[in-house]
Structures are given as structure tokens and as C-alpha cells.
Design a binder for this molecule. Structure first.
Ligand SMILES: Nc1nc(=O)c2c([nH]1)NC[C@@H]1CN(c3ccc(C(=O)N[C@@H](CCC(=O)O)C(=O)O)cc3)C=[N+]21
Length: 288
């Protein structure tokens, strides 16, 4: 029996293309005497924060974007944290701010999210940016990961207009915003979650399936329609401590027309989007 394999659509060419255009942009901005800068605010030293931080710092370096990490003690008080965040808001040399989340439990994100300056909030912490994503207002900053999903689909010429996109997951960092971005591209969007009845059946209706549940290899071939495009947003550790996605790649690759791998898929584009957002923030803040 001959099995047709889906095209494996990797993140690197997408990240490279974005980075290339940012490098030119940054050069142009620097020629005006302005140095785009990202400031990362990290509380404690969570391993997944550190993993993202390493990737983000490397990407900024490649793009010629300045960077700083404000490292705060894990037991910092709410009051002290807010004071530190306000300092970063007011720092004229900082154009983009990334606050790692989730934050330690004793810090109230529902208060803090109103403190970060929306103009510098490059990863959609502020409710102002959450609202702008829903409004389709392009002056805002959708979170980097859902934007990376859209960049991959665009790069590989996946037509979304009128197509059925099914998103598994409804988190504020991926599921909800990616649904809004897909809708903006005129897809017909279904959002699924843990209470969805007949989840595999609903997913089998998808022309484009976006998995953002955070459960290792949950999505198998029973979720995938023949010829569907499968985008895996998951970053999980499996039993053997290997990075793996929400999609069981080996089971799904033969059914899909295109599929993103993990690692080297969506996750590898996220930091490029972050850099793009810093440049965008820098332009808006300086009116250039
Ligand atoms: N406000 C906020 N936004 C985030 O997006 C956010 C956060 N806080 N807190 C921490 C988590 C964790 N996270 C990771 C992203 C990539 C890798 C990762 O391993 N990336 C690989 C690529 C993975 C792949 O290729 O799929 C790399 O950069 O080389 C890990 C962790 C983001 N997070």
C-alpha cells in the first residue's frame, strides 16, 4: 500500500524570512538614531521562562535589537513588582516589554495586566491588546505564538478564506487569539475544548486544524480529515523527557496535506514575531 505523506512545514524558513526583513527595518531605524529595545521582566527562574528567554535574546541579537532582562526575586511583593514594571514602562529606551507568565501565584496578574503600558506590550498581556485582537485593530499586539501560527500559514500559502478552521484549546495565550486571527482571514472558525462532545468528529471537519491543548500527542489520526493542514502549537515533555507537540506526528503525517513538526515548527517562529512586534512598537512610539 502506498501512503501519501504530508508536506512537513518547518518554522525555520519562516523565521529566517521574518528575521531578514527585521534586520533591514532595524538598520533603517538605527540610522535615525533610535535603537529598538526589548526588556524582559522575569520573576524567579522557571525553566520554561528561561528556555524562552534564551531563544528571545538570541533572536534579538540576530535582528540587531537591544535587550535587557529585569530579573526579580521569586518572592517579590505585588507592590514592589508594580514599581519595577512602572519603571520599565517609563524607560524611554525600552520599546517592547515581555513579562513571563504565568507569574507566581502571590502576584495578581489581573491587577498587573492593567499596569503594563499597552503601547509596549508586545505579547498581549494588557486587556487593551486583548480587545484590539478581538476588534481586528492592527495597531495592537496579538500574542507572539498565535501570530507565529498565522505567519506559517501565510508563508506556505495556505488559503484560509471560507475554509473551516478548528482550534483545539481556548486559552487566552493561544486558543482564543488564534481563533480571532483566523476569523480575520475569513476562515470559518470552531473553538473546541475539554467539554466538546465528539472532539475527534468535530476536528475531522477541519480543513485547517490548530492544536493548542497542552497534552502530549493527544491528537491522533482519528482527528484528521484526509488532506487537512495540521498546525501543532503544543510544547510538551513526553515520558522520556523529549520535547513533543499536542499532535501525534507519526500517526497524522500520512493523512495531512501539510503538518508542522515539534520541535522546529511554530515554536521556532515565535521569537521572530516578538522581534517584529518590538520594531512595530518602536515605530509607533516614535511616529516613524
Ligand atoms: N508572556 C509569555 N509568553 C510566552 O510565550 C511564554 C511565557 N510568557 N512564559 C514561558 C512560556 C514558555 N515558552 C516557551 C517557548 C519556546 C520554547 C522552546 O523550547 N523553543 C525552542 C523551539 C521549539 C520548537 O522548535 O518548536 C527554541 O526556541 O529553540 C520553550 C518555552 C513561552 N512562554
Amino acid at each position: 500500500m502506498k501512503t501519501k505523506m504530508g508536506e512537513i512545514i518547518k518554522g525555520k524558513p519562516v523565521a529566517d524570512a521574518i528575521t531578514e526583513s527585521i534586520i533591514n527595518d532595524v538598520e533603517e531605524i538605527k540610522s535615525k538614531g533610535i535603537n529598538p529595545k526589548l526588556t524582559i521582566v522575569r520573576v524567579g527562574a522557571d525553566p520554561s521562562d528561561l528556555a524562552y528567554e534564551r531563544g528571545a535574546l538570541k533572536r534579538m541579537e540576530k535582528c540587531g535589537i537591544e535587550k535587557e532582562v529585569v530579573e526579580l526575586p521569586v518572592d517579590i511583593s505585588q507592590e514592589d513588582f508594580i514599581r519595577e514594571l512602572k519603571k520599565v514602562n517609563e524607560d524611554e529606551n525600552t520599546h517592547g516589554i515581555l513579562v513571563f507568565r504565568p507569574m507566581p501565584k502571590h502576584l495578581d496578574e489581573d491587577v498587573i495586566k492593567y499596569i503594563i503600558s499597552p503601547e509596549k506590550d508586545v505579547d498581549c498581556f494588557s486587556p487593551v491588546n486583548v480587545a484590539k485582537v478581538t476588534e481586528g485593530d492592527e495597531t495592537g499586539f496579538p500574542p507572539a505564538t498565535p501570530t507565529a501560527v498565522m505567519e506559517i500559514l501565510k508563508h506556505y500559502d495556505v488559503d484560509l478564506k471560507g475554509k473551516h478552521a478548528v482550534v483545539i484549546g481556548r486559552s487566552l495565550v493561544v486558543g482564543k487569539p488564534v481563533s480571532m486571527l483566523l476569523l480575520k482571514e475569513n476562515a470559518t472558525v470552531t473553538i473546541c475544548h475539554s467539554r466538546t462532545q465528539d472532539l475527534p468528529g468535530v476536528c475531522r471537519a477541519a480543513d485547517v486544524l490548530v492544536a493548542a491543548v497542552g497534552r502530549a500527542r493527544m491528537v491522533d489520526d482519528t482527528y484528521v480529515k484526509d488532506g487537512a493542514v495540521v498546525v501543532d502549537v503544543g510544547i510538551n515533555m513526553d515520558e522520556d523527557n523529549n520535547l513533543c507537540g499536542d499532535v501525534d506526528f507519526d500517526k497524522c503525517v500520512g493523512k495531512s496535506s501539510m503538518i508542522t513538526p515539534v520541535p522546529a515548527g511554530v515554536g521556532s517562529v515565535t521569537t521572530s514575531v516578538l522581534a517584529k512586534h518590538v520594531v512595530k512598537a518602536c515605530r509607533i512610539l516614535n511616529n516613524i
